[in-house]
Design a protein around this ligand. Structure first.
Ligand SMILES: C[S@@+](CC[C@H](N)C(=O)[O-])C[C@H]1O[C@@H](n2cnc3c(N)ncnc32)[C@H](O)[C@@H]1O
Length: 229
C-alpha cells in the first residue's frame, strides 16, 4: 500500500504518468478507454492458458501444411500456440507497440510465427495466400462497415475453400459482465441474422455457428473457385 506522502511525491506522479501512457500505447484505443480496459487485465499466466486452450480448440480445423493469418494478433501468444499445429502463422495488428512486443516475446523463439504491423486499410497480402484466418476478440470493437470491408479482404486473400473462424458479440450480451467493463457504447453488437447476411454478402458459407452467452463463434468457408482466383 502507498502512504499519502508517496502518493503526492513527484516520483509517484511520474510513475503513474508513465504507466498510463504505456496502457494507452498498448491498447491502441483512447486513453480513457484503455485506462478502463486495464481493469480487465488478469495475468500473463492466464493469457498463456487462454492462448493454449484456443489453439487446442482450433487444432481440429488445421492441417500441418496450413498457412494461417491471425487478424488483430495483439501481443502474439495465440499465434505462437496455433503455430504448433500448422506450417506458419502470420499475425497482423494495427498497434505497432503490440507487434513489437509480439516479435520480442515469440518470433525470436519460433520460426513458424511472423508478425507485421499494418495501417488498418488494405490487408497487405496477395490473393489466395492463406488456408485459414482467425479473428479472436477483435470484431467487438470494429464498426460493422469496416468488418464488412475486412471480410471481403479475407475472401480475397484466402485460397478456395479457405476457412474463417471469428467471434462477434451477441446483441443479447449488452448487459453482461464483460460489456460492463467498458460500457455498451464501447462495443459493437450483432444479431444472428445480420451476421449470416454479412458473411454471405462477403462470399462465405457458414458451416457452424456456436452461441455462447456473450458471443457468436462462427466457422465459415469461402465460396470461390480456382478460376476466380
Ligand atoms: C482485445 S485485443 C485481442 C488480441 C488477440 N486477438 C487476442 O485474442 O489476444 C484486440 C486487438 O485488435 C487489434 N485491432 C483493432 N482494430 C484492428 C484492425 N482494424 N485491424 C487489425 N487489428 C486491429 C488491437 O490492436 C488489439 O491488438
Amino acid at each position: 500500500m502507498l502512504s499519502t506522502s508517496q502518493l503526492a511525491s513527484p516520483l509517484h506522479i511520474l510513475r503513474w504518468f508513465l504507466k498510463t501512457k504505456l496502457a494507452w500505447k498498448l491498447s491502441g484505443i483512447s486513453l480513457t478507454t484503455s485506462l478502463l480496459a486495464t481493469k480487465g487485465y488478469t495475468s500473463f499466466t492466464r493469457y498463456r492458458e487462454d492462448s493454449r486452450n484456443f489453439a487446442l480448440r482450433l487444432r481440429s480445423y488445421l492441417k500441418p501444411t496450413d498457412t494461417v493469418l491471425d487478424f488483430g494478433c495483439g501481443i502474439g501468444g495465440y499465434a505462437f500456440e496455433v503455430s504448433k499445429f500448422c506450417k506458419v502463422v502470420v499475425g497482423i495488428d494495427i498497434n505497432e507497440f503490440y507487434i513489437r512486443l509480439a516479435k520480442k516475446l515469440y518470433a525470436k523463439k519460433a520460426n513458424k510465427v511472423k508478425f507485421y504491423w499494418y495501417n488498418g486499410d488494405n490487408i497487405p497480402f496477395n490473393d489466395c495466400s492463406f488456408d485459414m484466418i482467425y479473428v479472436h476478440a477483435v470484431f467487438e470493437r470494429i464498426p460493422k462497415t469496416s468488418v464488412e470491408k475486412y471480410l471481403k479482404e479475407f475472401w480475397r486473400i484466402l485460397r478456395p475453400n479457405g476457412k474463417l473462424l471469428a467471434d462477434f458479440l451477441r446483441e443479447e450480451a449488452s448487459d453482461s459482465d464483460f460489456v460492463s467493463l467498458l460500457g455498451p457504447d464501447a462495443y459493437i453488437f450483432w444479431s444472428e441474422w445480420e451476421l449470416i447476411n454479412v458473411l454471405a454478402k462477403s462470399g462465405f458459407r457458414v458451416q457452424n455457428l456456436i452461441k455462447t452467452s456473450e458471443k457468436f463463434i462462427v466457422f465459415a468457408i469461402n465460396i470461390k473457385s480456382l478460376n476466380m482466383k
